[in-house]
Design a protein around this ligand. Sequence first.
Ligand code: ZN
Length: 249
Amino acid sequence: MQKIPVIYSDIFLTDYRTVDCESPDRVTEIYYDIKGMADFIEPEPCTDSDLRLCHTERIIELVRKSDAYNAASLAVGGAIKAAEVALATPSFALVRPPGHHAGRDFNGGFCFFNNMAIAMKRLLRDGKIERVLIIDIDLHYGNGTEDIVRGDKGISFWNVDGATRDEFFRDLEGAVRIASGFDIVGCSAGFDTYIKDWGGLLNTGDFRRVGAMIASSNRRFFSILEGGYYIPDLGINVRAYMEGIQEVM
Ligand SMILES: [Zn+2]
């Protein structure tokens, strides 16, 4: 089996903790469960001009003063790296803090900067692609991403929704059906839809199916970790998702 490039740094274990559930242990658990199938790549922090692609000076300065800044700017750098790697091969950004609740001039929900939106805007700005699709499979609506990409003709956003497992997959199928029409697909990969997590929807095998479905929809594809708070099974769920991707690589 081909290994998957995984962007990771120990800096993501920084204990800036906003709330107890968004613990560094999330990343540790995932790291150990996926290390056999991963080619780890060390990210570099993003620049201020990267942050300005999506955020106001107010938000940038607010985060700069917080103890999460180093991890947050490196998470953005990791997302950018994952997007660039994905031009050649599918990749995964194992980053923390998550990003999809960070909007242009607001943040919250354990998010500081919008990793996904910045990564996509960088690819677009650098002229590497023209049309991108963001699929958000986290339990929670990607309100920050929606706020930033609204009105941007180069970026389409599909937030997968569903009160049941069947509804979730039906909605995901809709996203997958249009995905081949884009230059690249990015998945905001949250695992809090898990049956034992807050969402109570998907089992471990379902994450494998989700990974395979999205990966087979477009050969340029990357994922960025968002939520997922049931730590005992978080690693095996991410591994199942990555195995789904490997199946179709
Ligand atoms: Zn979530």
